[in-house]
Write a protein that binds this ligand. Structure first.
Ligand SMILES: Nc1ncnc2c1ncn2[C@@H]1O[C@H](COP(=O)(O)OP(=O)(O)OP(=O)(O)O)[C@@H](O)[C@H]1O
Length: 141
């Protein structure tokens, strides 16, 4: 922390390190909270995440299937948050129109699209075998 004297001795140094780590976690959670407050489409992601996790419980997914689903959901959230950060930085440094600013935003949005499409494929591969028989039964096939 600025202006704070460096602690001496192993125990105070460890305590200071832990305080800094805790503060970093606090900043990260504040970032997620700020993104949720400002980006309405993240609420759609929150609802989709809840639906996917609920469906996973309903289907009784195997351990490896949960691994694939949790990694996919986490990747989409990570990409969305990075996209939000890129948008904020671009708006800060280039509030006026600039082709590079547009490209930066488009590429960041493209990253979200790629991860979301991969997550969709994972979802079809994982949930397909559980949901297809139910769909077939409902349709009398
Ligand atoms: N400063 C800029 N200079 C040039 N093009 C820009 C600029 N800002 C935005 N754009 C273009 O407009 C598109 C939409 O930008 P915008 O900031 O509205 O993001 P968005 O994708 O609608 O996200 P959100 O709705 O979360 O703000 C960008 O992908 C980019 O092509």
């Amino acid at each position: 922390m600025a202006g704070e004297a460096e602690p001496t001795g192993p125990a105070p140094r460890r305590a200071a390190l832990l305080r800094r780590r805790a503060a970093s976690f606090g900043h990260a959670f504040r970032g997620v909270g700020a993104a949720l407050r400002t980006e309405v489409h993240l609420w759609f992601h929150a609802a989709a995440t809840a639906a996917v996790l609920g469906l996973g419980l309903y289907c009784g997914l195997a351990r490896w299937e949960w691994v694939a689903v949790v990694l996919s959901v986490g990747a989409v959230w990570g990409a969305e948050l990075l996209n939000t950060a890129v948008e904020a930085v671009v708006d800060l440094v280039s509030p006026e129109y600039h082709p590079l600013a547009g490209r930066a935003k488009d590429v960041a949005a493209g990253a979200v699209l790629v991860v979301a499409l991969a997550a969709l494929v994972v979802g079809l591969l994982v949930f397909g075998p559980y949901l297809l028989p139910i769909w077939a039964r409902i349709n009398g096939l």
